[in-house]
Design a protein around this ligand. Structure first.
Ligand SMILES: [Mg+2]
Length: 427
């Protein structure tokens, strides 16, 4: 079965069956060793990990960071960075996380960046993991505040260079991003789930859709978390029947299943032509993830909880995952997430980032995807709802037939309302 799956990925990446398998352009040849004699070749991946992502060559003179501030108004967090020469950048943080994590920002990250040359962004992101032994906080605790800082620096550097963020971390491959509607509702009965899913799909005229299957994380005995009995087995065929053969469908079990159960549900997803199965077993069960992937032909996707570049390195080289989904906030920014994407590309695998809802997550998702050479066709999207007040002159930020234009202005391409900023106080 594994050979079939590899042919499936390989053919899809080559673009031969793009209509049914939504992978964007990606020219690399898969380099996966034989299943019976696995000797993963890490050479290319280690080369990628050493190469800088940020295009330092765009800047001829140093851009020294003079101040880096965290601003707060109720649960809205902004990060403002200023250079000694008067350049300024601003980002909207992940409010849901920063409510708990702001002391990590102010105590463990902010002091490191002062007086540093922002052109060394790759190196700074690497070294800040060592500063004050920050690597011990790896994961969302460090990743979210660090990403907030990185996005502000990228915004500033984009304004200095007159280029959007995508051009600072790669080349623009996707001026528009095709989105898939990510839905929740795993705790609700099937009829109620279906009504909510139909509403979400209609709101953005989505051409692709992700549903939740199973419960939430392995071993959950709480019925509220597991959801109604038989929901998964009922909803998989029903979603296909309801939306028809043209709808691209994905499923996410958030690490709910054992290997055997994941294989059982995976085969049902295959029967109804779903196009990836996300986190079939708990995210840090690497061997078990691969065991599931070895049996199934449906690509296994994952990465939203992964916090280690070396974790991704293993999952890619050992074919545990066929699609990588780093979260640009949780994983500590776009530079680290891009390294994951490029490692995946070296093995002929696509990337589609995990996206957290709220604030400006959709905006950062679009900039990141715009520069992905191996983007999956559709990308996670949870709507444009945000508490951040801003204006964008270069994109309506609307989903038109499931497509959103990426802003082309410098940096993040949006102007956060000055009156809104003024309501914030320095933390
Ligand atoms: Mg997920």
């Amino acid at each position: 079965m594994q050979t079939n799956r590899r042919q499936f990925i390989s053919t899809a990446v080559a673009g031969g069956i793009a209509a049914t398998l939504p992978f964007s352009a990606c020219g690399s040849t898969p380099q996966i060793s034989d299943n019976n004699n696995r000797k993963p070749d890490y050479t290319k991946l280690d080369e990628i990990l050493k190469k800088p992502i940020f295009k330092k060559e765009l800047f001829t003179t140093p851009v020294i960071i003079e101040t880096l501030e965290l601003l707060r108004f109720k649960d809205s967090f902004l990060c403002r960075v200023r250079s000694k020469d008067g350049a300024e950048g601003i980002s909207a943080g992940h409010s849901g996380q920063l409510r708990s994590q702001y002391p990590i920002f102010t105590n463990l990250l902010q002091p490191f960046f002062i007086n540093k040359d922002a052109r060394d962004l790759d190196l700074l992101i690497e070294k800040v993991y060592i500063y004050k032994l920050n690597f011990r906080l790896s994961g969302m605790a460090l990743g979210v505040p660090l990403a907030t800082i990185e996005f502000a620096i990228l915004d500033m550097m984009g304004k200095v260079a007159g280029k959007p963020i995508g051009q600072l971390i790669g080349d623009i491959h996707h001026p528009e991003v095709a989105v898939y509607q990510a839905t929740e509702y795993r705790e609700k009965p099937v009829p109620e789930s279906m009504e909510l899913i139909k509403r979400d799909v209609a709101e953005y005229n989505a051409k692709a859709l992700k549903i939740k299957v199973g419960g939430l994380m392995f071993g959950t005995a709480d019925l509220n978390a597991v959801g109604p009995a038989g929901r998964t087995e009922t909803i998989i065929p029903l979603v296909r029947k309801t939306f028809g053969d043209d709808m691209v469908l994905y499923a996410d079990s958030n690490g709910f299943y054992s290997v055997d159960e994941a294989i059982r549900v995976g085969k049902l997803l295959e029967e109804y032509h779903f196009q990836f199965f996300e986190e079939p077993v708990p995210f840090d069960w690497y061997e078990e993830t691969r065991q599931v992937a070895d049996v199934l032909t449906i690509p296994v996707a994952g990465g939203e909880q992964e916090y280690s570049l070396h974790g991704f390195r293993w999952l890619i080289a050992n074919d545990g995952l066929q699609i990588v989904q780093p979260d640009f906030f949780y994983f500590g920014g776009m530079i680290r997430a891009m390294k994951v994407a490029l490692m995946a590309e070296a093995f002929g695998k696509p990337c589609t980032p995990h996206m957290t809802g709220g604030d400006l997550g959709f905006l950062y998702m679009m900039h990141f995807v715009s520069a992905l050479p191996n983007a999956l066709h559709y990308h996670e999207f949870k709507g444009f709802k945000t508490n951040t007040i801003f204006e964008c002159k270069t994109s309506p930020l609307k989903s038109i037939n499931g497509l959103v234009k990426v802003p082309t202005g410098p940096g993040s391409g949006v102007d956060i309302d000055p009156d809104f900023i003024r309501k914030h106080e320095i933390v």
